[in-house]
Design a protein around this ligand. Structure first.
Ligand code: L34
Length: 300
């Protein structure tokens, strides 16, 4: 990783900040243990998507490190929707399982929304169930999707509060763009932003992106954000994690974000690296959500 050339450019270090959050989680795990509660997270993987396998492994390992019980369910790619629904029903009913995560994307023959709708909202640590997305929009207490929550936490803990700022989000997915907009527009000291969402059909995208105090890229296109889309002194959060073929690399690919990091770097006040930015924050927020689920279910 090349360091920013201006001494004042801040590299928002998701690895370091997520490690702090995981330490805080360890304290919560101990408190739960004193009450005889072992938090449990079921992570369901369907099929063989190589990127999903990496993320799922990392989630399970982080659970083990913290003392969260991890329930692994690896299902073949030809699993039917009915079989997956059956498993979710079992997990919903299992008192040892406080959180349920079904890794996306699912094979095309399975309806993602039908699966997400079947997860008990109380165990929906991904925050994708309509009850939780609806509550998020209303500003009610709920499970917030992990990647958006991770972006917010990374900004706040790096000293770049979104309050009163113009945040431009490039990308409108249900996993990142839409919930992130709902989160940052909320009336809250940690949010209170003015939010614009851009996407593939946006006219004059560079012009709008240039108006951002905080620019968040979540479109899944490598190096999409170029210097002409970035205002001098902007804060840039790169949510993209793209594998690009690289024969010179031991794995045969390397990871790049949605932002042309090297080109944009001279213009920005702060930026996240890929890897080591938003990715690790996503996992830390998942752990936080799992602990909250365990706490809430043990008060019932
Ligand atoms: N249900 N599906 C569900 N929940 C989620 O929150 C996710 N997501 C996204 C894909 N599908 C999901 C994730 O977990 C993306 N995502 C995720 C999680 C972790 C990392 C990246 C994406 C991560 O750890 N990234 C590392 C590099 C990992 C690597 O070597 O490939 C990083 O430093 O960015």
């Amino acid at each position: 990783m090349e360091l920013p050339n201006s001494e004042k450019t801040v590299l928002m270090d998701g690895k370091k900040i997520s490690a702090q959050i995981l330490e805080e989680c360890e304290t919560s795990v101990k408190k739960l243990a004193d009450r005889g509660i072992i938090p449990g997270l079921a992570v369901v993987l369907v099929g063989e998507n190589p990127a999903s396998k990496v993320y799922v492994r990392s989630k399970r390992q982080t659970c083990e490190k913290l003392g969260i019980r991890s329930f692994a369910h690896d299902l073949p790619a030809d699993t039917t929707e009915e079989q997956l629904l059956e498993l979710i029903g079992q997990l919903n009913a299992d008192p040892h399982v406080h959180g349920i995560l079904v890794q996306m994307p699912l094979p095309p023959h399975i309806s993602e929304q039908r699966i997400l709708n079947a997860i008990s909202p109380d165990k929906d640590v991904d925050g994708f169930h309509p009850v939780n997305t609806g509550k998020l929009l209303n500003g009610e207490d709920c499970f917030v999707p992990c990647t958006p929550a991770g972006c917010q936490e990374l900004l706040i803990r790096s000293g770049f509060s979104p309050r009163g700022k113009h945040v431009v989000i490039v990308g409108r997915s249900n996993i990142v763009g839409k919930p992130l907009a709902a989160l940052l527009v909320q009336k809250s000291p940690c949010a209170d932003a003015t939010v614009t969402i851009c996407h593939s059909r946006t006219r004059n995208l560079p012009e709008i992106a240039r108006q951002a105090d905080i620019l968040i890229a979540a479109i899944g296109v490598p190096n999409f954000i170029t210097p002409d889309m970035v205002r001098d002194g902007a804060v840039v959060v790169d949510v993209g994690i793209n594998r690009v073929p690289d024969p010179g690399h031991p794995k045969g690919y390397r990871l790049v974000g949605d932002v042309d990091f090297q080109a944009v770097l001279p213009k920005v006040a702060a930026i996240t690296p890929v890897p080591g930015g938003v990715g690790p924050m996503t996992i830390a927020m998942l752990m936080k959500n799992t602990l909250r689920a365990a706490e809430k279910q043990s008060h019932a």
